[in-house]
Design a protein around this ligand. Structure first.
Ligand SMILES: NC(=O)c1ccc[n+]([C@@H]2O[C@H](COP(=O)([O-])OP(=O)(O)OC[C@H]3O[C@@H](n4cnc5c(N)ncnc54)[C@H](OP(=O)(O)O)[C@@H]3O)[C@@H](O)[C@H]2O)c1
Length: 252
């Protein structure tokens, strides 16, 4: 098992939902957590609650200059990083009767390009770190084409591919790469969903699954398994079966 204590972790997307819970659990475990997101009040709240373990670093991931500036602060203050966890994400559901490329740009800018910016800035910092580790947030929506998820699902499938390829290329440097694939987790993001969410779990459970997977450095951290195995199975069926089943499941 790799060294797991007192790590310098940059958690991007720490102000809400899964990220907010992860931030607290990481700090409780004794890590130094550099917390990022646009919501300064939430970052300050974390810092005020535990100034020893939280370092607030506000940023908008859609701006490369902001991510770069944050990286410079980290270099100066911490002299490198041990773990980077990119969690930031947004979701727009697509209406095929009003298909808009702008929806895809908005979603990809945060879910995918923000991750790319963070990786560019983080790699030099991780190369100075101890047993360096990069974690990206995908979704179980990446396993199978789901209705109205053309933009969100495609962005998360792109995250999956990017992380898979990076894992191969970075292995020689001893830099580990994991991807997280949650099922439905109750957060401000999913509170907006207008459909039934099977096997919905809370952020405390999600954080436990993620931290356990990170401890083992699982390449793919997916949960809850009874839901993600079903989606994976669905995704591997012949296309005609898959399409019919997804149509039927989403109607019911
Ligand atoms: N909840 C689920 O069921 C579920 C399932 C699968 C995957 N996921 C993924 O898990 C991640 C967290 O989701 P969540 O449900 O916890 O959502 P959430 O509560 O809405 O949290 C989203 C986080 O992303 C950050 N973010 C969004 N836009 C940003 C920007 N421009 N710059 C910097 N940070 C930005 C937000 O921070 P600010 O608003 O402060 O910027 C916030 O911290 C997302 O990537 C999501 O796709 C969630």
């Amino acid at each position: 098992m790799k060294q797991q204590h007192n790590r310098r972790i940059w958690l991007i997307g720490a102000t809400s939902g899964i990220g907010y819970q992860l931030a607290q659990d990481m700090a409780k475990a004794g890590h130094q957590v550099i917390v990022s997101g646009r919501n300064r009040d939430k970052l300050d709240e974390l810092h005020a609650g535990d100034p020893e373990h939280f370092f607030p670093l506000p940023l908008d991931v859609t701006r490369f200059d902001a991510v770069q500036a944050a990286g410079q602060v980290i270099q100066k203050t911490f002299g490198g990083l041990d773990t980077v966890f990119y969690n930031s994400g947004n979701c727009i559901y697509v209406d095929v009767t009003d298909f808009q490329h702008g929806d895809f740009e908005t979603v990809f800018q945060v879910n995918f390009m923000g991750l790319v910016y963070a990786i560019e800035v983080s790699l030099p910092l991780l190369r100075q770190g101890r047993q360096p580790y990069l974690v990206g947030m995908s979704s179980s929506a990446a396993f199978v084409g789901l209705p109205r998820a053309e933009a969100y699902g495609a962005s998360k499938a792109a995250v999956q591919y990017l992380m898979d390829a990076l894992r191969v290329d970075l292995a020689a440097e001893g830099l580990d790469v994991s991807t997280v694939f949650p099922g439905f987790v109750k957060t401000p993001l999913t509170d907006l969903n207008d459909f039934a969410m099977p096997f919905l779990i809370d952020v405390q459970q999600a954080s436990r699954f993620i931290l356990k997977g990170m401890e083992k450095r699982d390449h793919n951290i997916h949960f809850p398994k009874r839901f993600t195995f079903f989606l994976k199975l669905l995704g591997n069926l012949p296309s005609s079966w898959k399409t019919k089943l997804v149509q039927r499941t989403s109607r019911s």
